[in-house]
Design a protein around this ligand. Structure first.
Ligand code: SF4
Ligand code: SF4
Length: 224
């Protein structure tokens, strides 16, 4: 049975993951109009991207003492998803040669409702530990769609260029391995990362409104 600390940490991590996903769905609308972005917005996105890269490195360093867990596992969380790239990764990394076009431009919004929070709580009350089941579940999809960036020696992307969800996700095995200090540092950093992503979404939204307002987007993609 999990102790109260582990349970609070689990719920907090699920909450973080859900709110990142929720935020990402806001950033796909302007993709067809990227070439029309104003210089000011481009500069803001570049600045936010630099901050994101620094934070992703810091998050990775926070978990560095526990990296044996991931090395032994071989990247089970990288199977079964195709890739974790979302529209926001494209916006953040659009000048980076590693960034593929997002494959989730039409992704549905994941609302954080009281029901969703309740189901998160139930899941973690019922699946105490859970890491073995998690790995077993993910391995089922192993042959189906491993992430295109996964190699035998791990992810071939530098940690600063990995999709945000790859950084935010902490599987049950890794959760168990970490200590209180690293957990608190992780929460602190991931909160800052969320703010960066939120500001990115705000820049894109403001720009989107401007493009639609002056009719620049007529006749293309999602412009209505
Ligand atoms: S986060 Fe978990 S599933 Fe992913 S590589 Fe590390 S131990 Fe494996
Ligand atoms: S980008 Fe890297 S860390 Fe993310 S799922 Fe693919 S291989 Fe795994």
């Amino acid at each position: 049975m999990k102790n109260i600390h582990d349970m609070i940490y689990d719920v907090r991590l699920e909450w973080e993951y859900a709110r990142f996903k929720n935020l990402f769905s806001r950033t796909s609308g302007l993709l067809p109009h990227e070439h029309e972005m104003s210089p000011d917005s481009r500069r803001s996105l570049d600045d936010l991207n630099r901050k994101r890269q620094g934070l992703q490195k810091s998050i990775s360093e926070t978990f560095a003492p526990f990296k044996d867990v991931c090395r032994d596992c071989g990247g089970v969380c990288c199977y079964g998803h195709g890739s974790f790239y979302r529209a926001i990764d494209y916006w953040l990394q659009r000048r980076n040669g590693n960034a593929p076009l997002p494959s989730h431009a039409g992704e549905k919004e994941v609302r954080i409702t009281p029901q969703r929070l309740y189901s998160i709580l139930c899941r973690f009350l019922v699946t105490s530990g859970g890491s073995y089941d998690y790995i077993k579940e993910n391995m089922k999809d192993k042959e189906k769609s491993p992430c295109g960036f996964l190699t035998v020696s791990g992810c071939r992307l530098d940690v600063s260029n990995r999709p945000v969800l790859c950084i935010v996700w902490v599987c049950p095995s890794l959760r168990k391995a970490t200590n209180l200090r690293s957990r608190m540092r992780y929460i602190e950093l991931v909160t800052q990362l969320y703010i960066i992503c939120q500001r990115t979404a705000d820049v894109i939204h403001t720009e989107h409104k401007a493009i639609r307002g002056n009719g620049r987007g007529n006749g293309r993609g999602s412009g209505k």
